[in-house]
Design a protein around this ligand. Structure first.
Ligand code: GLU
Length: 314
């Protein structure tokens, strides 16, 4: 099925880019600074359809660390390889109003709320690592490459950022304490850090969104990145939990599954239609890119992508 964009879609992206470029709000995350990616002005918008049409504007070829945008993708990998029961015995599917790197709820409930917050994502990395200590990293990189449409690469300063991740180390020890993960905490955290420090540019990330929009097949390469039957779970948790502790606001305002990372990227998916990616590193208090949220909201409105909104008669 052809998912052709409206004829004026490229002009719409150009207009929105110009509208949001002067916006100067938010601050950079320490993880971004640890990677040496200052890039306050780095701003790009890309849109990729489920059949592979790609539009973009701005600094669309500058790679940046995908950070938590990796979380839904690793969650999908765990569903593919370990199955739903094994994953959800240890990680719940509830949204949370706690910060993404909180230990509080884990301490109270002894189980991470969902795979989109650090406690849940580290559990998933640990499950994958313990299932196959020697092969998990290669499997992850291959899977990410299938989404991106080219071999996945690490940020050159990935190891620097791992050294400062004491809060994640504390989360991992609590997970071990509650018997949710195995003994090899360093191995689990190494995998988690590797997933966060894979780099992609905005066009490639739009294709990640388009792959999810396309039932798990990368529209440009034709390669399957995730089993078709698991796409639904990934998109559902992106919708309910993908935007940190403002996921409810996002669902209410935009109506699309999305995932943000503290590097300043956000992907959003219009299932069956297209993926959007925006990069702009300055973040709001929840950890979501200020400009990316505004730009994606405007694109979604311009294209009538919110499935809950009444559509104008054509
Ligand atoms: N590497 C970051 C961390 O674990 C990723 C967090 C994020 O993007 O939400 O704190």
């Amino acid at each position: 099925m052809k998912n052709a964009l409206p004829a004026d879609a490229a002009a719409t992206l150009d207009d929105l880019f110009a509208r949001f470029q002067p916006l100067r709000e938010g601050s950079l995350n320490p993880a971004t600074l640890a990677l040496g990616d200052t890039g306050e002005d780095h701003f790009a918008i890309a849109l990729a359809t489920a059949d592979g049409e790609l539009l973009s504007v701005g600094d669309d070829a500058v790679p940046f660390a995908i950070q938590s945008i990796s979380k839904p993708l690793l969650y999908g990998l765990a569903l593919d390889h370990l199955g739903r029961d094994a994953v959800h015995r240890r990680v719940d599917v509830e949204p949370t109003t706690e910060a993404f790197n909180s230990l509080t709820e884990l301490e109270e409930d002894h189980r991470p709320y969902n795979p989109m917050v650090n406690a849940g994502a580290i559990t998933i990395s640990a499950l994958l690592h313990h299932d196959d200590p020697d092969g998990a990293s290669d499997r992850m990189m291959a899977m990410l490459g299938d989404y991106l449409g080219r071999p996945a690469r690490q940020h050159p300063r990935a190891d620097d950022s791992a050294r400062g991740a004491h809060r994640n180390r504390a989360i991992a020890h609590l997970l071990r304490h509650f018997d949710l993960i195995g003994d090899d905490i360093d191995g689990a955290l190494t995998l988690y850090n590797r997933q966060c420090t894979v780099t992609a540019d905005t066009r490639e990330l739009a294709l990640v969104g388009a792959t999810l929009a396309n039932g798990g097949v990368q529209p440009r390469t034709g390669r399957r990145a995730i089993a078709a039957g698991n796409v639904r779970d990934v998109l559902t948790l992106m919708f309910t939990c993908g935007m940190y502790d403002t996921s409810g606001q996002w669902a209410y305002n935009v109506g699309l599954p999305a995932k943000s990372g503290v590097g300043g990227g956000i992907i959003a998916v219009a299932p069956g239609k297209f993926g959007i990616a925006v990069i702009s590193p300055p973040l709001d208090d929840a950890g979501n890119s200020v400009r990316a949220q505004r730009a994606i909201t405007a694109i979604s409105n311009a294209l009538g992508a919110n499935p809950y909104a009444a559509r104008p008669a054509r």
